[in-house]
Ligand binder design. Structure first.
Ligand SMILES: [Zn+2]
Length: 239
């Protein structure tokens, strides 16, 4: 356990929290800039099992921010290249891969076995599908997104009563409606928000859940803003 000694010293994690991290399974949707950064910290921190989901292959234009991939990985399936990189980082973690675009049926098959889901995809349709399926299964999940010089993160708790869902919230965050591809993204912003997703996930698993609401990062002015979100009466997904 020397690998985790710095966690064991923390009042917020400790032996009990680290044990929970080791006993947990996370599904990570998207092995892009956010997913690479999140996966590194999840696996280096001793997460028991990680299932990586991504249909895509590594492109040269990914290498600036998708830090699990090397130049020689161009053309390779992202989940395969990422899993190889993560296994070298920490052989203690069990890695599973799903090399497909995740549809409702895939989520219904995968999520029941997981303690937590992280959506690090680059599109609104997938995020809404994760919202729907996590609501149906009462599964906590983390939404992380970034674009240009901005990031957003939320810890959603459909496992608790009367909590807002992602669709309840997005009205206050119109930027998420724009998909990432083509809009540009500053590489470190993806790393910061991806690391924040790992922080949220590991804290939640260790019994210290992060604050509710939507957390917005404005990298250009280096400001974080947290907004409260209420459950919307008449929400199409959770009402
Ligand atoms: Zn809702």
């Amino acid at each position: 356990m020397a690998r985790y000694s710095a966690h064991l010293s923390l009042a917020e994690i400790g032996r009990h929290g680290q044990q929970h991290i080791r006993d947990s399974h996370i599904a990570l949707i998207g092995a892009g800039g956010l997913g690479c950064a999140a996966a590194q910290y999840l696996v280096s921190s001793g997460l028991g099992t990680l299932t990586l989901c991504d249909f895509d292959t590594v492109a040269e234009s990914n290498l600036a921010r998708q830090i699990l991939y090397r130049a020689a990985d161009v053309g390779r399936l992202k989940v395969e290249a990422a899993a190889a990189s993560l296994r070298a980082l920490n052989p203690d973690s069990t890695l599973h891969t799903v090399a497909k675009r995740m549809a409702d049926e895939d989520m219904q098959n995968l999520f029941p076995a997981c303690d937590l889901v992280i959506d690090a995809s680059d599109n609104y349709g997938t995020r809404l599908a994760v919202n729907r399926n996590c609501l149906a299964l009462k599964k906590p999940w983390i939404m992380a997104s970034c674009i240009r010089m901005e990031g957003q993160i939320m810890y959603l708790r459909p496992d608790l009563p009367e909590q807002p869902c992602y669709r309840c919230a997005y009205g206050s965050a119109p930027d998420t409606l724009e998909d990432c591809p083509g809009a540009g993204i500053f590489a470190p912003v993806a790393g910061i928000v991806g690391a924040a997703a790992a922080h949220f996930a590991l804290s939640g698993l260790a019994g210290k859940p992060p604050p509710a609401g939507i957390h917005l990062f404005d990298a250009a002015n280096w400001q974080w803003q947290s907004l409260k979100i209420g459950k919307q009466t008449g929400c199409r997904d959770c009402a």
